[in-house]
Design a protein around this ligand. Structure first.
Ligand SMILES: [Zn+2]
Length: 269
């Protein structure tokens, strides 16, 4: 049994500000340790539930936040960027289930702590076949393309609601409750870790009952960008059609190809 953990930072216990999540932030060094320890709780739960192998993919910004020497010694870490599948690197058909740890709500979610979708500066809306998705949906569809379910999502209250709406009755842990985009009522890390470990164990035991997220192809992606200058660049890519000053659309038969086209657009922006 092999578990892939995609670990983001905005949804980690206690994290509410750019001081926590930016490499030059005053509290970043402390927050990356919180992130590492919170991922460890999910790893412990995965092994307790019966996993034989756990791969952790660092999925935040530079993707080198997790401190490898503080990570659970029986897990392996994917660190650094760029990576072809970005937040879902490590995903292949040998993975049995995926955890999202430290995730956050999609852009435009009221009281979602540090809400955004893939890029806080570039992306306003991300739609697949006219369904608006945040990173939870965007990445669950990648797992779904391999026939693999997402069985655990942890983060603030809003992302756990988003996850259950989209993925059904999966395991979720809300470690903090957003009061504004930059404020939350948060659990103590020790309490959050206990809840995550327990939920991770249950999630592994429930893999058989949770369905992968899939949509019927072809996959039409519509991306609303923050600036028209970004669409000026995006429409240079063959197959990318500009449908409004800041909105582009493109269609591919498989979701992974469509997702990589999205990545190229963001890289150019
Ligand atoms: Zn994120």
């Amino acid at each position: 049994m092999k578990i892939l953990i995609s670990a983001d930072m905005e949804g980690i216990t206690g994290v509410v500000a750019s001081d926590h999540v930016s490499r030059d932030g005053k509290d970043y060094e402390r927050a990356r340790l919180w992130m590492t320890h919170e991922v460890n709780a999910a790893i412990r739960g995965a092994f307790a539930g019966g996993a034989a192998e756990v791969i952790v993919n660092d999925s935040h910004a530079s993707m080198k936040n997790i401190l490898v020497d503080e990570l659970h010694p029986d897990a392996q870490l994917i660190t650094g960027s760029p990576k072809p599948l970005s937040m879902m690197e490590g995903m292949d058909e040998t993975v049995n289930a995926v955890f999202f740890v430290g995730y956050h709500a999609r852009k435009g979610t009221a009281f979602g702590v540090l809400d955004h979708t893939y890029s806080g500066t570039d992306v306003v809306r991300y739609l697949v076949n006219d369904v608006e998705l945040g990173e939870t949906g965007q990445n669950a569809l990648i797992a779904g393309a391999f026939g693999v379910p997402v069985v655990l999502v942890t983060g603030d209250t809003r992302v756990t609601v988003e996850a259950r709406e989209l993925l059904g009755n999966i395991e979720t842990v809300a470690v903090k409750d957003g009061i504004s985009r930059y404020a939350a009522k948060t659990l103590h890390p020790s309490k959050a870790h206990a809840l995550i470990e327990e939920a991770a164990m249950k999630a592994v035991q429930r893999i058989g009952e949770i369905k992968p997220l899939t949509m019927v192809g072809p996959y039409s992606l519509e991306i609303e960008l923050a600036q028209s200058s970004m669409a000026d660049m995006a429409e240079l890519i063959p197959g990318v059609e500009r449908i409004a000053a800041r909105v582009v659309r493109f269609t591919h038969a498989d979701y992974i190809t469509a997702y990589k086209c999205f990545r190229a657009i963001i890289a150019m922006s």
